[in-house]
Design a binder for this molecule. Sequence first.
Ligand code: MD3
Ligand code: FE
Length: 217
Amino acid sequence: MNTDLFEGVIDVRPAQESMAEGAVLLRGFARSVEADLIAALRDTVEQAPFRHMLTPGGHQMSVAMTNCGSLGWVTDRSGYRYDRADPESGRPWPAMPASFRKLAEQAADRAGFRGFSPDACLINRYQPGARMSLHQDKDEDDFGAPIVSVSLGLPAIFLFGGLKRSDKSRRFRLEHGDTAVWGGPVRLAFHGVAPLADGEHALIGRKRINLTFRKAR
Ligand code: MD3
Ligand code: FE
């Protein structure tokens, strides 16, 4: 039915794509609030700058990271964990901006995961060549909560595998504003990001930013 002509209501909801059972891709979902997100990102990064963390094996990650929210994901020689404090400054992570929280909760809601309340937002910065190898997100206490991921800036190829590392992965091109939600068994699927291709994004510049919202505790 054409609701625009019939009721004078325009459906502005973006297309909803299913990547797998429990994995929903909301194309362009964050675009209507991009200016708020970018301003809040600037403010957050001023308080807790991006840094290249060390893996437990001693390798520096190509992706630079920071966090906001009451818990932040960190890695160093002693392992992966969530911490209330930024190890670089000893201070609590910056508060999760209201625009971030609202977007994550609305995306989860739209994808059918009601009542999502993230306590952690990992902010990943990919410069050309940066990548993230296949992994599972397993550092959270409660795998029952979904994960919401918001892509900003340059497009990236997202690799989406199965529950075993050896499962074949499928590729999805994630663009500025695209928002993905993962919950249920697929929450533990292997995933990664192919090396970022060079380019220039009109608002974000020569990089890709990914916001990953989780309930860590
Ligand atoms: C699929 N970040 O920080 S988030 C990460 O684009 C991470 O920076 C990627 O993976 C990035 O851990 C992708 C999207 C994501 C998060 C969790 C998932 C995809 C997922 C869990 C299961 C399946
Ligand atoms: Fe991940």
